[in-house]
Unconditional design. Structure first.
Length: 494
């Protein structure tokens, strides 16, 4: 078996993790494209209303109205072109209208999301996982605090806080946004199942992860997920009052953060809501229950058309955004995070000089119940977790939508054996040819599902865009009804 020095392994995995911030920007921008379903009609509606109002004061030229009309009537023009008829399709303005607004809005929203995330601090995630302070009278808990301090001093990082999760599940995790505000949460099952060397190895893995800057990368991943949560909340705002309130809280908190008046609790409320901790009430529908004739008329002539257009388009666009998470951002983020986990393993070997203890700990956690129910939102931060399956898919929210972030136990043990771990039954290290031959059927299935998902995304985006352009068409007609008499009155007066 070929051995590698842990410093070489650290450098190799660091190279795999570069440029992730740039990729996250691209992911946010691309995921914002479906938001055009909501943004484009609003933007074009404002432009149309402004143009009609300006036309009452200073008439617009025929060319201006022709350009606006071609954009509003893009759907029938495209349909005419498909049927072979002559049509003037403003492809440039149409592409800008149906692609750029959502991407620009998300690129604007993401920095605000990052700002609120920093204001909320690590407590936003800590609030989701109940824990308590270390009990100094319990030997294992005091030993854990001592080990954390020892490993932090060895790694040259600020000593993380230590808290205990009252759970029989066997796991431990480092939570935080930066190296300076890290907190290590260990379950009672973790303290009871692992011996001191194994606990030290796992703590070294987490401290090494903190020292390598993984919490900053995790914060970027979470901010992307939170921004996508904002996309989802915007889509669902058409159907759910609760989601409208969440989007409103985000806008207010972002505005107050610019004035430095936003509170930490306000920021945490927004962050937790966008991470998926806040589920809509099934009875909290947007249209509610009309209580009088005006309510009935409003529901029939305003809400029902909105639900039939923007509502259906929102469902299609949200599904497209979720599929993008699974096949676009997810695999790249998962591959990067697996590299970070292997880097943390190499760092643990550097800190403890005991790869065998780390391998034993990984094996014990791999055989144990490691699921802390509240940890699904940030499951990728745990050194060992379970794969998402049909049995636990309902609990898989937040970062759980990014599949493949966990390291499989057997390949991980083989990797630790390369770093020097002595195992009673070490897994056989397979060549690249053997791995490709074994994984080829799975790769074929993945490719098939990926092609299917891409096709579904394309269909859903097409449906979203068709509904958006249909709404623009209807908006042109309605504004014509409203401003037509006013133009006639202006003509008679002049």
């Amino acid at each position: 078996m070929d051995r590698r020095h842990f410093l070489d392994e650290q450098q190799r995995n660091r190279r795999k993790s570069r440029r992730f911030f740039v990729f996250a920007i691209v992911a946010v921008a691309v995921a914002g494209i479906p938001l055009c379903v909501v943004a484009s009609p609003l933007i074009f509606g404002v432009v149309l209303i402004a143009a009609n109002l300006w036309d009452l004061v200073s008439p617009l030229s025929a060319d201006d109205w022709r350009a606006l009309r071609r954009t509003a009537f893009a759907l029938p023009e495209v349909w005419a072109a498909i049927r072979g008829r002559s049509a003037e399709i403003p492809w440039t303005s149409l592409a800008l209208l149906l692609v750029a607004p959502g991407a620009v809005l998300m690129l604007i929203a993401w920095p605000f999301m990052r700002r609120l995330q920093r204001l909320a601090g690590s407590g936003a995630v800590l609030d989701l996982i109940p824990s308590r302070e270390v009990d100094a009278s319990v030997l294992a808990e005091q030993q854990l605090a001592n080990v954390v301090q020892e490993m932090a001093v060895s790694a040259g990082v600020p000593v993380p806080r230590v808290r205990i999760i009252e759970s029989a599940a066997v796991n431990v995790v480092a939570i935080g946004l930066t190296t300076d505000d890290a907190t290590i949460l260990a379950s009672e099952g973790f303290l009871a199942t692992l011996n001191r060397d194994e606990r030290q190895a796992m703590v070294a893995h987490l401290v090494g992860s903190v020292g390598n800057g993984d919490l900053e990368i995790a914060a970027i991943i979470l901010s992307v997920i939170e921004t996508w949560g904002l996309v989802t909340a915007t889509f669902e705002a058409v159907l759910w009052k609760q989601k409208r309130r969440l989007v409103g809280r985000f806008v207010r908190a972002s505005a107050r953060s610019l004035r430095r008046t936003a509170s930490r609790d306000e920021a945490r409320s927004v962050v937790n809501g966008l991470l998926g901790a806040e589920m809509p009430d099934p009875m909290d529908v947007a249209m509610g229950f009309p209580e009088n004739l005006w309510g009935v008329l409003f529901a029939v002539f305003v809400l029902v058309p909105l639900l039939a257009t923007i509502g259906l388009a929102s469902i299609a666009a949200r599904t497209a955004s979720s599929l993008f998470t699974a096949i676009g951002f997810g695999p790249w983020a998962a591959a990067m995070w697996r590299a970070r986990r292997r880097l943390a393993d190499a760092s643990a070997v550097q800190l403890t000089r005991n790869p065998t203890a780390l391998a034993d700990a990984v094996r014990k956690l791999g055989d144990a119940d490691v699921v802390i129910p509240e940890g699904w939102v940030v499951n990728f931060l745990f050194p060992v977790w379970v794969p998402v399956s049909a049995q636990n898919a309902g609990a898989a929210v937040g970062a759980a939508e990014i599949l493949g972030t966990r390291l499989e136990t057997e390949p991980r043990l083989a990797h630790l054996a390369v770093l020097g771990a002595h195992l009673d039954d070490p897994p056989k290290s397979k060549s690249l040819h053997e791995r490709i031959r074994e994984e080829l059927p799975d790769l074929g299935k993945f490719a098939g599902w990926a092609v299917l998902c891409i096709l579904i995304c394309g269909v859903l985006l097409l449906v979203s865009w068709l509904l958006a352009t249909a709404l623009l068409w209807g908006l042109w007609v309605v504004l014509g009804w409203v401003f037509g008499p006013l133009r006639s009155l202006r003509g008679r007066l002049s």
